[in-house]
Design a protein around this ligand. Structure first.
Ligand SMILES: Nc1ncnc2c1ncn2[C@@H]1O[C@H](COP(=O)(O)OP(=O)(O)OP(=O)(O)O)[C@@H](O)[C@H]1O
Length: 373
């Protein structure tokens, strides 16, 4: 089922994003730049129309908003907490659980236009897809000044990346601490804590999978699956956000099953699948590759390929098939999922992600899921 989005426009890369942009060195760069600019303008115009027609409660001017502290900044957007919105009768409604995303003040000219198009695209995706419990909810869209828009979304407490490095990793490093009432040996304590940690990790990964599977069911390729782009809300639920690189797959761009002609080298370097890096057609298996790298990162709490330079990564991981080391102590199912998920051959990667069933029925973890169900 398609969801009807407009054409692709590229993103301004953040420090780890190597999304292909207007290539000033290519021969037809100025023609391409003009085309891109036109596409941006078209999507911004379209978005302005959509915003005009959006639900009235969601139409706000920036002067009516009380914007709180900055929660984060990306390549083109900045996100603030939202204290309140004044209603027409001057009363203030409090929206402590919401966040406002707008375009960074430092962007001008073509970059700003591009950012507007990206934000417009993000709003369209969220409008269509944020019914899923693990996709961030879009509450509102609005206009800031005359040309720019903003989005009001659920506020996130932290990202999956924070979870890995600021919560799980310190816990793992203290895994010999006894938190259990039972009298256990040091070895047993370590084993139980490691297992409990893995259960927490897999539970959140299942939620993440569920969101990406939903996108794939709607023929939406996310193209930037990584822990930075998954949030955790204040109830501890995983929420996929940042649809800046997402793309609806269209029949006219399909070259074969699961392969589409799309912008090469789009995404973030260490999570990028070889076919995307080497400018081949690609499709949904791209996200499965990225998810597998994220899966490994979650379990090891280590940055993938951190021991390789960019050139080594290109050579060993992208052109050859070197992958992060799999711990032989991990359950066999996990080992198999990783090996197939990051396979060089996209057709060997599991379709539709690792479904909840596949993840939940690891023999070692099943009892934990049964208890919490
Ligand atoms: N709903 C939210 N609640 C709290 N913080 C958020 C929320 N959305 C985003 N952030 C924070 O703001 C940062 C920037 O947001 P986001 O990644 O959406 O911006 P972007 O410009 O689209 O990023 P990128 O350059 O990665 O595409 C995030 O990394 C996160 O730390």
């Amino acid at each position: 089922m398609g969801v009807g989005f407009h054409d692709d426009v590229d993103l301004i890369p953040d420090k780890r994003t190597v999304s292909s942009r207007i290539d000033s060195e290519s021969k037809d760069s100025s023609r391409r730049a003009k085309m891109l600019q036109q596409r941006c303008m078209d999507s911004v115009a379209k978005m302005r129309e959509t915003f005009k027609n959006s639900r009235p409660i969601l139409q706000h001017r920036i002067s009516q908003l009380e914007i709180g502290e900055t929660l984060g900044r990306g390549g083109f957007g900045e996100v603030h907490s939202l204290r309140s919105i004044s209603s027409e009768d001057g009363e203030h409604e409090t929206f402590t659980s919401m966040a406002l995303k707008q375009i960074r003040g430092s962007l001008y000219g073509a970059q700003r236009l591009q950012a507007q198009a990206d934000l417009a695209k993000e709003a369209e995706f969220l409008r269509a897809l944020s019914t899923h419990p693990n996709i961030i909810t879009l509450h509102s869209t609005g206009i800031i000044g005359s040309p720019d828009f903003f989005l009001v979304m659920d506020k996130l407490e932290k990202t999956f990346e924070d979870m890995i490095y600021k919560e799980w990793k310190p816990l793992y490093e203290q895994r010999d601490v006894n938190n259990s009432e039972m009298k256990l040996s040091k070895r047993e304590i370590k084993k139980e804590n490691t297992r409990n940690l893995m259960i927490s990790q897999i539970k959140l990964l299942i939620e993440v999978c569920s969101a990406y599977s939903f996108l794939h069911d709607n023929l939406v390729l996310f193209r930037d699956v990584k822990p930075e782009n998954v949030g955790i809300d204040f109830d501890g639920v995983a929420k996929v956000f940042d649809f800046g690189l997402a793309r609806e797959l269209k029949e006219e761009e399909q070259v074969s099953k699961d392969e589409y002609k799309l912008t090469p080298q789009t995404g973030s370097r260490v999570y990028m699948a070889p076919e995307v890096f080497t400018s081949q057609p690609y499709g949904l298996p791209y996200d499965v590759y990225s998810f597998s790298i994220m899966f490994w990162e979650t379990l090891t709490m280590e940055t993938p390929y951190s021991n390789l330079t960019k050139a080594q990564h290109a050579n060993f991981a992208m052109l050859n098939s070197r992958r992060p080391p799999i711990d032989p102590k991990w359950p066999k199912n996990i080992q198999q999922l990783l090996t197939s998920g990051w396979s060089r051959d996209p057709s060997k990667r599991p379709i539709n992600f690792m479904t909840t069933d596949q993840l939940a029925f690891f023999p070692c973890l099943a009892p934990a899921f049964a208890v919490s169900a």
